[in-house]
Ligand binder design. Structure first.
Ligand code: NAD
Length: 270
């Protein structure tokens, strides 16, 4: 699996399986095992997805050893607000049946994030987390973390797809060599409504989903598409045998319209 070198020297697989809205049982276990069979080595979960137990079960019963898998989870907003990041991490580790995660993110920029960041730094020192990062932090919110912390975030996971490229947030991250992971890279399935992807896909003998994910990868964005169907999991992982031309990259770039599918990180309430 292709990797991207993070600003702490660790290599993160550029493709992962997202498990938001996957269940806390066999559906998720199967999806993860199919993903491993298809070559994925990266799983993206979170406490709030309420499926860390299933992720843990999938890891414990997989043929791929734990140390060959990149596991990301996230600290939920209530835990950040209540200054219980360290306790929340312990609870996640127990549910995930592991003694470390590869990447731990603050899920949203809520009150208490700078203090939570210091707890993340302590978790690195304690060997419970290899890399720490953010999710949904815009340029000004990132600056607060940089001012408060000693460790520069390794990753910022943000909504990113052809309709929303968040250029300002990305350029702030680039300035500190912070890698970007795209959430909802497949536009939560709505990519199927955009005819350009199918049109381009036909020229390469690939699918519309593969074109969208490949466009992300060629922009140096890590992708974590979600599916619980084996055929789609295989399809979404089969991205490394073709390359979009500069012209096709630009045709997709032109679709940008600042359209969010999720909340605005400057204006949300949960
Ligand atoms: P996504 O953009 O990955 O879209 C997933 C949906 O697209 C599927 O449910 C299915 O309907 C469709 N789909 C998937 N593969 C397909 C294929 N090959 N052909 C046709 N349709 C296909 O959506 P997502 O789940 O929102 O985002 C991916 C992951 O990002 C999540 O699972 C989660 O891990 C992460 N995420 C993080 C945040 C955050 O705040 N950090 C927010 C949302 C999602």
């Amino acid at each position: 699996m292709r990797t991207q070198k993070l600003n702490n020297g660790l290599e993160m697989p550029v493709l992962g399986l997202g498990v938001w809205q996957s269940d806390n049982g066999q559906e998720t276990v199967n999806a993860i095992h199919w993903a491993f069979d298809a070559g994925y080595r990266h799983i993206d979960t979170a406490r709030i997805y309420k499926n860390e137990e299933a992720v843990g079960k999938a890891l414990a019963t997989a043929t791929v050893p734990r140390d060959q898998v990149w596991l990301t989870t996230k600290i939920w907003n209530d835990d950040i607000r209540q200054a219980r990041t360290t306790a929340a991490l312990e609870e996640s580790l127990e549910r995930l049946q592991t003694d470390y995660v590869d990447l731990l993110l603050l899920h949203w920029p809520v009150d208490g994030s700078t203090r939570a960041w210091q707890e993340l730094e302590q978790a690195v020192a304690a060997g419970k987390v290899c890399s720490i990062g953010l999710s949904n932090f815009m340029d000004d919110q990132l600056q607060d973390i940089l001012n408060a912390g000693n460790i520069v975030p390794a990753v910022n996971q943000i909504e990113y797809h052809p309709y929303l490229v968040q250029a300002e947030a990305i350029s702030a991250c680039d300035a500190h060599d912070i890698a970007i992971t795209a959430w909802s890279p497949l536009m939560q399935g709505t990519f199927l409504e955009e005819p350009l992807f199918a049109e381009i896909a036909e020229d390469y003998g690939k699918t519309a989903a593969q074109v969208v994910l490949r466009w992300c990868l060629q922009n140096d964005i890590i992708v974590i598409p979600k599916s619980v169907h084996q055929k789609r999991i295989i399809e979404n992982g089969d991205l490394f045998d073709f390359e979009l031309t500069e012209k096709d990259m630009q045709r997709i770039d032109q679709l940008e319209r600042g359209k969010r599918l999720g909340p605005d990180p400057h204006d949300f309430d949960f």
